[in-house]
Structure formats: C-alpha cells, structure tokens
Design a binder for this molecule. Structure first.
Ligand code: ATP
Ligand code: MG
Ligand code: MG
Length: 555
C-alpha cells in the first residue's frame, strides 16, 4: 500500500520522537467558547487529534475561556458535540479558567522577579508610547514601581478595588524591541464581569498571551499548533516559559483554512445568526460543523476533505466544490435511491387499465454488493413527473418527453407521449402517454431502444413533503474582502423551499428509517442527495438537499 507523505508538522513530530526528545506527544485543541465550530476549526481538530492518532500520545480539549464577556456554556456543549461527531476523543476536558489561580501565582512570580509592573496608563496613552515598527517606544512613567508597590497594587486589582480599564499588569521586557508584541505586553486587565465558570470570583482576567502558553505548559503540551497570525506571539510565548521556568511547550503555526463563498469567523457567523440572516448556528447554509451536519454532510466527508487540503504555511482559499466532492463520494456509496418529483405535472397512461395498479421493485443502492436490499414501488395509471421532463416543442437530442417521444420510467416501463392538455392560459396541465407492457425493467422483451430515463411517483400513492434546496450562502467568493458590509453579499436564493413535492411511498417511512440508522441518506434520482431534516413531523416530512449530483457551480 502507498504510504502517504507526512505534512510538515507531522515531520517535526516524527523527528522529535525518533531523536528521543519525547517518548510521546501531547497536543490540544483550544477553542474559545464564544461560538460554534466551523469548517476551519475542523482542519485544526483533524490536525491536532490526527497527530496523536498517528503518533504515540494524546490530545486535550481545552476551552480557552479567558474572556468572560463573550463566552457561554451553550457553546461549550455545542463544541463538545461537534468534536465527538467528527469522530475524535479527547483525553481530558480542560478549561483555561481552571488555571486562574495558578496563572495569578505566575504573575506574582514575574512581579517578584522585577519582570512585571502595574501600569496606570489608559489604552490610548499606552498606544502612543508604544512607538511604531520603525520607531522605538517610550517607557511608561509607572514602569519603575517597586516590587512591593506592584504586589500590593496587583492584589488590589484582584480584589476589585479599581474600575475597568484603570490599571493593567504589564510584562517588563523592552520598549525598543523589534517585535511590537514584546514592548511590555499587557498580561492582565481589569474586568468586572461574570464568568461562565468562575462566576464573580475574579475582577481581573489574563490576556490570551498570558493564558495560552501557560496552559500549554501546565498540561505539558509538547506541540502547540496554532494559526499563522500567532507567529509574532511566539517570542512572548517563549519569553514567559523561560522567565517562569515552566514546562517548555513549543508553538508551531499553520495557515488558516478559508472556504470560498462563505465566511469563517465566529464573529461574522454570530452576526448572521443574531440578525436573522440564517435560522441559527445549525442552519444548513452555515459553514459550521452543526450546519454541515444538518445539511447532511457525514463526519468522514469532512475528515477526508481536511486530509486532502492538508496543512500549509500560506493562506489560500479552498473551493467549496472540493467539500462537495467528498460528500458526493461518500453518499454515492451509502445512500438509498428513491424517487421524488419536485416540480410536478401529471402524466396519464391512457392504455393502462383504470383502477389497476401493480408493485414494482427498485434496488436501494446499485453501487454496493447485494444492492443494500430493495423496496417496493407502486405503479398506476396516473403518475407525477417533473414538469421540465416534458417539452411541447422539444429540440433535437431531448431524450425525455414531447409529442411522439419515448422515454423509460425508472424501474418501470417505456412510455410514448401522444398528447397533452393545456389550460386557458396555455399552461400544460397533463401529459398523455401509452406504455409498452413488454418493456418492464428487468424483463424487457420489447426491443425498443430509448435514451432517457425519468423518475416518477404514482399519484395515488404519492406523499407530499417539503423540500429545501440550498445554494451558496454568498454570491461573492470572498465576502469579507468586498467593499462594504459582508452581509450585502448574501445570496438571496441561498434557500428555496418547495412546500409540495411528491415522494414515493417508501419515503413516508423516512422518520423510522432514520431512527433505525442515524446515517440514513437518500439519493433522489436525478435530483441530488437528501437527508431528513429535524423540522420533520409525521404529517410534514422535510428533506434537505445536501448537494446536487453533479457540480453545477460553474465558475
Ligand atoms: P474565529 O476567528 O472563528 O473566532 P479563532 O481562531 O478565534 O477563530 P478559536 O476558538 O480560538 O477561534 O479556535 C480554536 C483553534 O482553531 C485555534 O487553534 C485556531 O487557530 C483554530 N482555527 C480557527 N479558525 C481556523 C481556520 N479557519 N483554519 C484553521 N484553524 C483554525
Ligand atoms: Mg482564538
Ligand atoms: Mg476568535
């Protein structure tokens, strides 16, 4: 079998293990619980958990919950559900907020070493003194406070004695450093806010830079993988580990993954939810894991997609159609073939005896051995067919129905169109055909050759259902790079609801079929892959189109 080549982070890990630097590795996936996970996070999950699947070690799930204002327990629960659904198991469920006491101790240690000070500058004053990349910064007038003074002020900050924004704790590094982030970065800020786990205990909260690397060290994470924008933070990450004399975790960076025709930023996705551009985080048009799940994507299609795009050192835009390629590949192998007519017109088989009907058979899935069983399909004199499968004046090479044209009805007979009926406005309302009794599928002795095959549903046995068709959420490939607000580029046709589609009799059992097998999906012949939506009731089944059968999104 062919060995897949390692990506650059896997190579680092392999070298670290073979050189004996580590005997096992520890990674972590560190979401901030301020939104639902999206397809970009899936890349990071597959990478972090993938590393410890491939190599000896384990992966922690660590909630990076140091910002009390935006974080909520519902997000924690959704994140756990999504990672588990993707097929990964974390070793420990951890929270940066569990380390608040330890982090406070680390801050004291820095103060005692003369490496941190309490600053009274406002944010604006601090920005002014910071300098620019080409101009050195200036020291804060509070930079030379004594250790005692700093210890007592910091304790008062913790006790809630000062208002928000009136003081910060800063690392004392170098106001002339080439890396702007090393010019005395803020370690703690005052925030009188209730935290989703620690409640009102704290009125100071650590900054990302004073929580992330320290949490890595506490957990003895060996390889801490993050996205490229954290490259400048690496100096500080290492400085803090060195000065605090804690476990030397290492930070590695890879490029953020972006999909075209969507946005992957929790802040923007939250706007779509809050401003009702979509129906919640799990709207099937959302690039969230929960949206993709509801749309009908499978965990393996997402994992295969992440594996294929791999990881990179430079940002680029990934085609949404690549994601669709992987879900088609998956569903082609597993979905049950069924017939549903989305835009119905009636067809009457004039030589089929009135009142007569018969049961035909159709394989569940011709792609697999044994065809995954079969179902019965009732047939009768009146059928629903797709409106656009008939043309009054068909062009050459139209292989479906028009006056005098013949076509095969899937799993049934060959029919010939002889006539049609129009209403007063000139709309075709009914199509009249004759069938060839000896052309029955599987036992065809008619000798007739036809090119087209059409799907259909028996009028008497049809059930109605609601069908939801989805398209790209945005009309722009990169909505967040367009002029103006990204929401101006929402595709007004991203959701089309068909309230009255006709489905074949067996699909009336879709709720039971989903209960029997949570992975149950359907291919509506010629129409795409569908799944039953959670909005379904026994009276009103709702199907979501996951993806069309072919890539129709021409660029
Ligand atoms: P967002 O902008 O969506 O809020 P974030 O990076 O702030 O993203 P976190 O919850 O901090 O979101 O992300 C958890 C992990 O997932 C981080 O390690 C982050 O680097 C990674 N991650 C987030 N977005 C992407 C992406 N588009 N591609 C790859 N990894 C990502
Ligand atoms: Mg983050
Ligand atoms: Mg964020």
């Amino acid at each position: 079998s062919e060995e897949k080549s390692l990506n650059f982070i896997e190579e680092i890990v392999e070298n670290d293990l073979s050189s004996g630097k580590y005997d096992k590795i520890i990674t972590r996936f560190p979401p901030e619980p301020n939104g639902f996970l999206h397809i970009g996070h899936a890349s990071s999950i597959c990478l972090n958990f993938g590393l410890t699947k491939k190599f000896k070690g384990y992966t922690n799930l660590r909630f990076d919950d140091t910002n009390p204002v935006t974080e909520e327990t519902i997000y924690v629960d959704a994140i756990k559900k999504d990672i588990a659904w993707l097929g990964f198991k974390w070793e420990n469920e951890l929270y940066a907020s569990d380390y608040f006491d330890t982090l406070y101790g680390f801050a004291i240690k820095l103060i005692e070493k003369g490496l941190a000070y309490v600053d009274d500058l406002s944010a604006e004053e601090m920005a002014t003194l910071k300098g620019t990349p080409t101009e050195v910064g200036k020291d804060s007038p509070f930079r030379n406070r004594t250790v005692e003074e700093n210890l007592s002020l910091f304790a008062q900050m913790k006790n809630g004695d000062f208002p928000d924004g009136s003081k910060t704790l800063r690392a004392k590094i170098d106001m002339a450093h080439v890396n702007m982030l090393m010019r005395d970065p803020i370690l703690y800020r005052i925030k009188h806010a209730k935290h989703h786990r620690t409640g009102d205990k704290w009125s100071i909260y650590p900054m990302y830079d004073f929580a992330h690397g320290q949490s890595d060290a506490i957990e003895q994470v060996t390889h801490s993988v993050c996205t490229l924008e954290f490259i400048p933070h690496r100096d500080l990450y290492n400085w803090l580990i060195e000065k605090l004399e804690i476990y030397p975790s290492h930070q590695y960076e890879f490029a953020r993954r972006n999909l075209n025709y969507t946005v992957t930023s929790k802040r923007k996705l939250l706007q779509l939810v809050n401003e009702n551009f979509v129906n919640g985080w799990d709207d099937p048009r959302m690039p969230t894991i929960s949206g993709l799940r509801r749309r009908g994507f499978t965990p393996s299609s997402i994992r295969n997609f992440c594996e294929r795009i791999g990881i990179a050192k430079r940002e680029n835009l990934i085609e949404y159609s690549l994601l669709e390629f992987f879900i088609r590949e998956d569903l082609n192998k597993t979905s049950w073939r069924r017939m549903a007519v989305l835009d119905p017109i009636k067809m009457v088989i004039t030589n089929y005896p009135e009142g007569q009907e018969e049961m035909l058979h159709g394989e569940n899935n011709p792609e697999v051995e044994g065809h995954d069983g079969e179902r019965q399909i009732p047939f009768g004199r009146e059928l629903w067919i797709e409106r656009d499968d008939f043309m009054e004046e068909p062009p050459k090479k139209f292989f479906r129905l028009g006056p005098g044209l013949m076509s095969r009805l899937k799993n049934a007979y060959i029919v010939r169109c002889n006539d049609f009926v129009k209403d007063e406005e000139g709309n075709v309302t009914e199509i009249h055909c004759t069938y060839f009794p000896e052309s029955k599928s599987g036992e065809d002795t008619s000798g007739l050759k036809v090119k087209g095959t059409m799907h259909w549903v028996s009028v008497r046995h049809a059930k109605t259902a609601e069908v939801r068709l989805y398209d790209r959420l945005f009309i722009s490939e990169e909505p967040d790079r367009e002029e103006g607000d990204f929401k101006e580029y929402i595709n007004p046709e991203s959701l089309v609801v068909l309230k009255k589609a006709y489905i074949e009799a067996d699909l009336a059992n879709a709720q039971q079929q989903l209960a029997d097998n949570p992975d149950r999906r359907y291919q509506f012949i010629r129409k795409g892959y569908f799944c039953l939506d959670a909005d379904s009731t026994s009276e009103n089944l709702v199907f979501n189109r996951t993806v069309t059968l072919k890539d129709t999104w021409a660029k």
